[in-house]
Design a protein around this ligand. Structure first.
Ligand code: URA
Ligand code: CA
Length: 439
């Protein structure tokens, strides 16, 4: 008979828990026989002692199996999922999903809603008139087989152990543990049923991982989980020291996804979409050469095949595909006003956290899970770090539906920008790539 206190003690003293011990712990916590205080103590022991690679995989799989495991076997071909650890102005999924599907690689994607300073793909998609994000599992599978791509909200109970553990970690100062973050993310991904994963691990002031070393450590841990659980996993470490694209806010990000698919996207956003899609089609076996994959991906952006695929996905999910040719069909805001440069110089900072919070407070995001969001509001950035601007030039446009919120957003949005006469060093967009060979 196992005793929880012995398992806490074992981890406290730096020893590895076995698969059956982890199973006992996770199952007991989910079914309520293990109380919060014991699980909290175990989490804190993990925080200080860490976990061994195989131990992390055991925990991840146990968490993944704590609820529904999506079965995508009815979809022909290799299913590759993409995950981002969360950023500001990151609408890559909406570009990458149809882009990858334009090669005949099936994309069955479950996405989340936004919380705090980061947006969620599902909220963004709901700004397309008529678009349904809650398909029945069989309709989801049928659509991927017929159209090649579907992006939906989470259905069923995916990794309920993670939901419980994450809430507990949130109130016990144990969120910032790499084994716990890695198992949390990967348990949800594995439960969602794909065969392989491409992970975008953000680093910088607007990211969960503030410094690059932690981002690399998290990426390696997740790639290792993939390796041990026989799901090919590739991670890239990308910059989140400024918002990725120009649009921040739901319909503004749909607009930006459409512009990107038309070839007019923000340079950094476009580049990241190309890189992610290239890795995905390479994993799917379209080509074995990274440079060739990038060329092919650029071609399907230029020739509009990816845009057509996006249009087909919108139509299949009940949305109005005319939004592609007429962006005014998207929810609009009643007020718009520019944030102007108060001096001349180079833009040296665009604080992604401030920009994200400004958009959230306008109503684009959720302060807590019950917030009702406003799909038409947000910001549109006119510049990126390193641009030279003159006093009076527009730095960003604020879209609002409330005069008072507009005033607040103009002030807060302006505070995100720092201008200086010195040209700042430019940070790379992609810091590195981690594959199974690196772990
Ligand atoms: N995101 C997750 O899904 N889990 C964590 O633990 C941290 C970030
Ligand atoms: Ca490498």
């Amino acid at each position: 008979m196992m005793h929880v206190v012995d398992l806490i003690k074992k981890k406290r003293d730096g020893n590895r828990l076995s698969h059956s011990e982890l199973q006992f712990l996770v199952d007991g916590y989910v079914n309520g026989t293990i109380p919060d205080y014991q699980m909290a103590a175990w989490n804190m022991a993990v925080f200080f002692q860490g976990m061994e690679p195989e131990e992390i995989t055991d925990l991840t799989l146990t968490m993944a199996k704590s609820g529904d495991m999506l079965d995508l076997s009815a979809i022909n071909g290799m299913k590759i999922d993409k995950h981002s650890t969360g950023g500001v102005g990151d609408t890559t999924t909406l570009v990458v999903a149809p882009l990858v599907a334009s090669f005949g690689v099936p994309v069955a994607k479950m996405s989340g809603r936004g919380l705090g300073h980061t947006g969620g793909t599902i909220d963004k998609l709901e700004s397309i008139p008529g678009f349904k994000v809650d398909l029945k599992p069989e309709d989801f599978v049928n659509q991927v087989n017929d159209v090649g791509v579907s992006v939906v909200g989470q259905s069923g109970q995916l990794a309920p152990a993670d939901k419980l553990l994450y809430s507990l970690r949130d109130v016990t100062a144990t969120v910032e543990s790499i084994p716990l973050i890695a198992s949390s993310i990967m348990s949800k991904k594995i439960a969602a049923g794909a065969d392989a994963f491409v992970l975008d691990v953000k680093t910088g002031s607007g990211a969960f991982m503030k410094n690059q070393q932690d981002a690399v450590k998290l990426a390696k841990t997740m790639v290792q989980i993939g390796l041990h659980s026989k799901r090919t996993t590739v991670a890239i470490i990308t910059d989140m020291n400024q918002p990725l694209g120009r649009g921040i806010g739901n319909s503004l990000e749909i607009k930006e996804a459409i512009l990107t698919l038309q070839g007019y996207g923000a340079p950094r956003l476009t580049e990241l979409c190309i890189e992610l899609a290239a890795i995905m089609i390479e994993l799917a076996g379209i080509t074995s050469k990274s440079e060739r994959a990038r060329e092919l991906v650029k071609k399907n952006l230029m020739n509009k095949k990816a845009l057509v695929k996006f249009s087909e996905m919108i139509e299949a999910q009940g949305g109005n595909p005319s939004v592609i040719d007429d962006l005014s069909l998207l929810p609009q805001a009643s007020f718009r006003q520019d944030i102007l440069a108060t001096k001349t110089g180079y833009i040296t900072e665009i604080d992604p956290m401030e920009v994200g919070i400004t958009a959230m407070q306008l109503g684009a995001g959720r302060e807590n899970r019950d917030t009702v969001i406003d799909l038409g509001v947000g910001l549109e950035l006119k510049h990126q770090i390193g641009d030279f601007v003159n006093m009076g030039d527009t730095l960003a446009t604020v879209y609002a539906n409330d005069k008072r919120l507009l005033e607040d957003a103009l002030a807060r949005g302006a505070s995100a920008f720092v201008l200086d006469m010195k040209n700042p060093p430019l940070l790379p967009l992609i810091y590195g790539k981690i594959t199974a060979e690196d772990v």
